[in-house]
Design a protein around this ligand. Sequence first.
Ligand code: HT7
Ligand code: ZN
Length: 856
Amino acid sequence: PPTIYLKDYTAPAYLVDTVDLDFVIATGATTVSATLAMRRNPAVAAQPLVLDGEELETLSVAVDGEKVPFSTTPTTLTIADLPDAFTLHTVVRIDPDRNTRLSGLYRSKDGYFTQCEAQGFRRITWFLDRPDVMSTYTVTLHADKATYPVLLANGNPVASGEEADGRHWATWNDPFRKPAYLFALVAGKLDGLFDTFQTASGRSVQLAIYVEPGKLDQCPHAMAALQKSMKWDEERFGLECDLDHYMIVAVGDFNMGAMENKGLNIFNTKYVLARADVATDVDFENIDRVVAHEYFHNWTGNRVTCRDWFQLSLKEGLTVFRDQEFGADLHNRQTARIREVRGLRAAQFPEDAGPMAHPIRPASFVEINNFYTSTVYEKGAEVIRMIQTLIGRDGFRAGMDEYFRRHDGQAVTCEDFVAAMAAASGFDFTQFMRWYNQPGTPHLAVDSVFEAKTGRYTLHIKQSNPRASDNHPYLIPIRIALFDAGGQIIAGSDRTLLLTENSQQFHFDGIAAEPVPSLLRDFSAPVVLDYAYTPQQLTLLLAHESDPFNAWEAGQRLASTLILDATAAIAAGQAPVWPASFVDAARRLLQTQAERGAAFVAEALTLPGESTLAEALDIVDPDALHAARNSLRRHLAEQLEGEFAGLYAGLAPHGAYTPSSEEAGRRALRNTCLAYLLELNTPAVRQLALQQFRSADNMTDQFAALAALAQTECTERETALAEFYQRWQHEALVVDKWLAVQSGSRLPDTLATVKRLTGHPAFDIGNPNKVYALLRNFGANLARFHTPAGYAFLAEQTQLLDGKNPQVASRLARCFDRWKKFDGERQKHARLALESIRDHQGLSRDVLEIVNRALG
Ligand code: HT7
Ligand code: ZN
């Protein structure tokens, strides 16, 4: 398959001013008539019109009412000799009932839905399917009234009526110019929750959330999240909703999380449906974030969109940053930042160190769907965050204002965004652009020297990025403070250093005694930082650092060093050694719950994950790493049993469940204590867990008990798993949890369990949520996946899935990304598995790109 390069971008040869679409929806075939008002782009040399299409059966093509000669390939329709302006009319037949890719128009349980980003619109009709072609749309849907009573499209309802044979129709008009990827329609049997939002300028926006019949009681949280997002965007960024109607539709079959179609968002049910008994605290919080994310796209993505798909991070990085800020304001800023960085290290850092490494603005791709990545989204958000750090909150707000002043209604590039920030702040971002153009995580090596005689403390910082194409330096903001031996910040030492050279020194004068540096506070840049901290220095920071992120970071560094040393010891046949000082630090942490907050303590007690730890090793022995981490957990449980048990009892719920961040923090810490206690595997603790599982009035506590039991071989585990399925088998999202808890288990027979579950009625390879819960979650299970049989199994499943849904199959194939980090024997089997995928007949370009890169 061809590679597409950013450097080859050219403006479209034709523009589409208006689009009129007529959908006749019927089982087995849908007919789409398109009327496009088109003209040549005066800025581009004359050339034939080449439209994009995929799996379309062309019934007719006419220009200005006359049939014209045209030629087609499976993916193009070409017409030569066109006037400067004309009306193109095409009629195609499509088959949404057999569209298992879930891209374009497809059928799900309760009706028909669309997903057009990135290039799904071409699966609906012939079009210039690229984000820099923007048009206004009028859409009419016809369908059977009893089966599909709800007919929706972008914009405002214009008219509706009845037709023969029990059918009905509705016409919608979207007054905003938009690219085709923001098009949406829905025809289904759905229940709706309705509300309104009064904007700052006094306009009333009609809000609606449509869900599967019977699920209305799981919608109020998403509706509240939407209203909060709308208010927040007015207050923080002065951005008001421009729509009369804002609709969210939830669908159970969806490749990703949600989609920001103009005025008609389509969501994975996972990010809409919530009720205390079926959704966890994390689900509630994720819903807040995703609802906000899609709403925020209305400005950052829809009003100002991307010129081309290489600019994806222009909208995604910025919108993730905005949803992170919203989440931090709504919940707990301290733990929000910790979780963001934990996620970045678990997914983005490995991506940036592996075969799929790419800049946040890639220079090339084979399949754009493969670039909806953690790098484009999460690292992209870190880059935006650094811009705010460099010019301050007010400067950033002024930059946003300038961005909209310059580019409202346009399709633009990342340079345009940064230029607006530069114009508003006067900051020179020339060197900063390296963050957009280079792959890889920069490494910082920091040394310090203290001269008692002069009272000068010097930090020497060297930066490097072996993945970059050259060794030019990045501009890196490094927040720092110096601590004295008593744990106080030394006055004036709290500042942001700007690292601009490959090697640079920073001096601090008037320092009385050697300080402890707290580097990269609040994780001010997405880098790996090496400094030879002593355990005593880290213990001091863990206890005293007022920046919660760096306090947490100190604990993570302490634990990482111990686990990595123990991994080497176990691999060499020795027993791990756990210093008493670490246990003491953990004990003190448990005692500070009241001052520091339960949520923070829960985060601080959570050891770094295995995939994050693996990144620090050249060759990973997953069994030794797994044994080392488990051994430390068990050691903490043994040493702190009384403390864990006391806190568990002390944090017992008082009153009915609320998803508030305060209460969620208490539950998180209590459940962390329970999970540690279960490491002791005593009958009493197992009964305690089973009792919590059975008596909990909310999914957070019920699932936490199940998840902890799932890590331990015992009858209580099997009882809880059986009862859970029995009770929740009709709640699809809860069944996903049941699958995930088993595929993520550390039990030695997990692969056999996962294989068995692929044949269970609860599993459906056609449903992305089920694939992610069972198969991809297994692929993230370091010790259980990285075996010859694990590789062979996921290779087989990837091939099977590719025939149905290449986008989801290629996400599954990403489980192999880090295969070269494992020993020779494992590598041999991983290579065979990857080659078997590559050689599979008819493999999609989605999976081929991933596998070729992995093998490359
Ligand atoms: N902008 C949306 C991207 C998306 C998507 C992309 C490819 C295939 C399916 C998809 N569903 C949604 C999601 C977002 O970032 O808001
Ligand atoms: Zn997005």
